[in-house]
Design a protein around this ligand. Structure first.
Ligand SMILES: C[C@H](CCC[C@@H](C)[C@H]1CC[C@H]2[C@@H]3[C@H](O)C[C@@H]4C[C@H](O)CC[C@]4(C)[C@H]3C[C@H](O)[C@]12C)C(=O)SCCNC(=O)CCNC(=O)[C@H](O)C(C)(C)COP(=O)(O)OP(=O)(O)OC[C@H]1O[C@@H](n2cnc3c(N)ncnc32)[C@H](O)[C@@H]1OP(=O)(O)O
Length: 383
């Protein structure tokens, strides 16, 4: 796999850093999640695929010292705390990079490592708000609306951070040096929205929120409810595709206002909505499948793996527990990701084997255990 041989230490975090670690693990990196004691912490990582867990108390001197030792043999450290937490533990980048100049020290935060908010708490919605993106999301005459926590946490956070790590790993093959990756979710989300910035001169966003081409203003870029309470997604932007949409809806193009007549959009939407409500989702699929009308069913998470197209590509996978999840993306032709089929690790499940692998002796491990710096948490055998 593309990242095999890369050793990653991921300090346990809420949502973005687990995704970052899972991407690296899916593509072959050996990812160790460093957890707090199972007695003091719940496992918040639902993206633990392919990772192993080491339970280590970083607040105790020997615990912080153990992490420093682990970092000597690691390629990447991912830390998800607000600025200053790692420094307070004596584990800041100055210390760790001095000890291992090849280390890639990735800091995945909301507000970044500097600026007045660097030490403030926050979540996806706050980062999205500060990036400017949130102001663009939402329907006409409604408050801005954050689409789950996908944009800042995952796209602008977890994925951008993984990209920064991979770029730093590539650069290290030339310089032999590590570096700090300062991944701010505000900036990640803003960067992700570059199209919004760069397309402003095209007049795409001149109107109020929810009245523009791609923000639910246009009748041909919208979702519509079907007879059976499901939905269809319509994305017929270009005139030749719009023409096919109109044909599929049973309308006559010559009798309709022009596609880009903004003032007619609200009425056109009502008309499209009334038509879509007359047939079931399956019927609409039969009408539009195989055309270029850019109309697709809105599938639930229960339905996606069963959809013929997704089945043909194997876009969803099952693990040992029969849980379905998306296959890692993108697909690399020679060295595709091979996601682990095993269940996610329990906190502390692999503590001893990881420490042994990183050069700790059995005696050192026993001492750390007796001092309650580390914890073992082997699942009981299922007899
Ligand atoms: C909208 C999202 C968040 C959604 C998350 C939800 C999906 C999940 C949240 C709760 C989960 C549920 C829950 O856990 C219960 C169940 C558990 C079960 O296993 C699964 C089902 C659950 C229902 C579970 C389900 C879901 O997983 C949940 C509902 C986001 O936006 S996430 C993005 C948040 N922002 C960031 O990550 C940016 C950077 N980080 C921060 O800004 C802060 O970390 C943050 C997030 C504001 C939290 O602040 P906090 O004060 O708590 O932490 P920090 O200041 O960073 O400091 C960390 C302290 O911890 C110490 N520490 C760390 N590691 C160790 C260690 N190994 N040993 C000892 N100590 C450690 C560290 O030293 C710091 O201590 P100090 O405070 O003393 O400095």
């Amino acid at each position: 796999m593309a990242l095999s041989g890369v050793r990653v230490l991921e300090l346990a975090g809420l949502a973005p850093s687990p995704l970052c670690g899972m991407i690296l693990a899916d593509f072959g990196a050996q990812v160790v999640r460093v957890d707090r004691s199972p007695r003091s912490a719940m496992n918040t990582d639902v993206q633990g695929r392919g990772k192993r867990s080491l339970a280590l108390d970083l607040k105790q001197g020997p615990g912080a010292a153990a992490l420093r030792r682990l970092c000597l043999r690691a390629d990447v450290l991912v830390e998800p705390f607000r600025h200053g937490v790692m420094e307070k533990l004596g584990l800041g980048p100055k210390v760790l990079l001095q000890e291992n100049p090849k280390l890639i020290y990735a800091r995945l935060t909301g507000f970044g490592q500097s600026g007045r908010y660097a030490k403030s708490a926050g979540h996806d919605i706050n980062y999205l708000a500060l990036s400017g993106v949130l102001s663009k999301l939402g329907r006409k005459d409604e408050n801005p609306y954050a689409p789950v926590n996908l944009l800042a946490d995952f796209a602008g956070g977890g994925v951008m951070c993984a990209m920064g790590i991979i770029m730093a790993l590539y650069e290290r093959t030339k310089s032999g040096k590590g570096q700090v990756v300062d991944a701010s979710m505000v900036e990640g989300a803003a960067y992700l929205s570059s199209f919004l910035w760069k397309s402003q001169n095209l007049g795409l966003w001149n109107r109020l929120r929810g009245e523009n081409l791609l923000d639910s203003g246009a009748p041909f870029y919208e979702t519509y409810k079907t007879l059976d309470g499901k939905f269809m997604a319509v994305g017929a932007i270009e005139p030749q595709f719009y023409e096919q949409l109109i044909k599929g809806l049973g309308l006559d193009l010559d009798k309709l206002p022009s596609q880009l007549s903004f003032s007619d959009w609200p009425e056109m939407k009502k008309m499209f909505a009334a038509i879509f409500s007359k047939k079931t989702q399956a019927k609409w699929c039969r009408i539009f499948d195989g055309t270029d009308a850019c109309v697709t069913p809105v599938l639930s998470l229960d339905e996606v793996a069963l959809h013929q197209h997704n089945k043909e590509r194997g876009s969803f996978i099952k693990n040992d527990q029969e849980e379905i999840s998306p296959r890692p993306s993108p697909l690399l032709s020679r060295t595709p990701a091979t996601p682990s089929p095993r269940r996610d690790p329990f906190i502390g499940e692999h503590t001893d084997e990881i420490l042994l692998e990183f050069g700790f002796t059995k005696e050192e491990i026993a001492k750390l255990h007796s001092e309650k710096v580390i914890e073992f948490n082997k699942p009981k055998a299922n007899l």
